[in-house]
Design a protein around this ligand. Structure first.
Ligand SMILES: *Cc1c(COP(=O)(O)O)cnc(C)c1O
Length: 377
């Protein structure tokens, strides 16, 4: 077995992301704004952004201003929307870099107008409405006043309006339909007042796949599904979507230990057999591999338990006699090996969370490797 280049790495299939984007676009009937916040859900925001744009995404979305700036720094000049708050001291630069800001509070109009008073160019904004998520955005009653105030602000240009679905990843929930109706009525009200923004978007991945799109909408915002992962256990994507990410490490040591030997911090696992082969693998909680019981990994095409306490940089796996393994062998944390698979959802179940948090939480120390083009980040 050849020694792999890295200790601990993800392999990201960019063509899978492109394929998933095309699937969503085809199904929804409108283009996909690629949501690449949080380092592209752990997949690497720059490479994912480039792949998404090449697959036809007309727009990118991030959560924080600095994530948008990072895209510009890498020469990505496609439209980018910041879904979160852009602060007053970032706003002049946002105008220069043509980074779109979300306007979710009338107070931002005054704040931004003060900063931009002498600016030649206008700030492109997408107004955000709270139709039932209870997060950012003004309610239905304040929607039209907000839109009018934006139209009246000489330093702002209304490019888009949007809202966010709270429960599209559950089926048969009336809330989603109600949110769609509220959003639709805001769009109609705006139209009647002569306000017709270029971009109108509502659906996240689950909304894009499991609900029909409102005829007014020009894009869906695709996050989890573009990475080939299910919005929830209750709303699995159909066959044809391809998970883009595998997470791997390798065996750095194998030794045979005697009965009674304690393994790892706290001595929580004690060897019961006369002797047992223990593999040390190169992943720990500093890589985002959680310090909980019940972790499993694939070695020699078999699903094996991690035993003892997960350390910062390593953890241990006992190897039964029938397991063929040697130092340098590949260990799969997420992905396939032989006919076995551990999905991000499997890991999420062990960790008591959702697949979103699993992939976002893969640590900065973990290499991102793109086999198609040989890029490593
Ligand atoms: C994160 C986010 C999305 C993407 O959601 P997915 O469920 O991953 O598709 C869309 N819109 C907003 C406002 C978000 O914050």
């Amino acid at each position: 077995m050849t020694q792999s280049k890295f200790d601990n790495w993800t392999e990201i299939d960019l063509s899978a992301i492109q394929h998933n984007i095309r699937m969503i676009e085809h199904h929804a009937g409108i283009p996909v704004m690629a949501v690449i916040k949080a380092n592209g859900y752990g997949h690497g925001s720059i490479t994912v952004a480039r792949a998404a744009l090449a697959a036809g995404s007309p727009f990118l979305a991030v959560a924080r201003y600095h994530e948008a700036r990072e895209l510009r720094r890498h020469g990505i000049d496609a439209p980018v929307l910041v879904l979160g708050r852009v602060s007053a001291d970032e706003i002049s630069e946002a105008v220069a870099l043509q980074i779109r800001a979300t306007l979710f509070d009338p107070e931002q109009i005054r704040l931004y107008s003060d900063v931009l008073a002498d600016n030649q160019q206008r700030l492109l904004v997408h107004a955000k409405f709270d139709t039932g998520m209870g997060r950012l955005g003004v309610g239905t009653a304040e929607a039209l006043p907000l839109l009018k105030a934006i139209m009246d602000a000489p330093t702002l240009e209304l490019e888009g309006i949007y809202s966010h679905l709270a429960r599209a990843d559950e089926l048969g929930i009336s809330v989603t339909k109600e949110q769609m109706e509220r959003f639709s009525s805001i769009v109609q009200e705006a139209r009647q007042a002569g306000i017709c923004p270029q971009q109108i978007h509502l659906s996240n991945s689950a909304g894009a796949w499991f609900y029909p799109q409102l005829p007014d909408c020009t894009m869906v915002r695709g996050g989890i599904a573009i990475y080939g992962l299910n919005p929830s256990e209750k709303t699995p994507l159909p066959n044809g979507f391809r998970p883009a990410l595998s997470w791997k490490t390798n065996i750095v040591s194998i030794k045979t230990v005697q009965r009674g030997q304690a393994i790892s911090y706290g001595g929580k696992y004690i060897v019961q057999k006369e002797h047992e082969r223990i593999a040390v693998i190169s992943v720990g909680y500093a890589d985002g591999f959680r310090r909980v019981n019940g972790n499993r990994v694939l070695i020699d095409g078999k699903k094996l338990p991690v035993i003892g306490t997960v350390c910062m940089d390593q953890c241990m796996v006992p190897l039964d006699d029938e397991i063929q393994a040697e130092v340098g062998d590949e260990v799969v944390l997420i992905g396939r090996q032989g006919d076995q698979e551990i999905s991000a959802a499997n890991v999420a179940r062990t960790w008591g969370t959702i697949n979103y948090e699993v992939v976002c939480g893969i640590g900065q120390r973990v290499k991102r490797y793109y086999p198609e083009n040989g890029i490593e980040l």
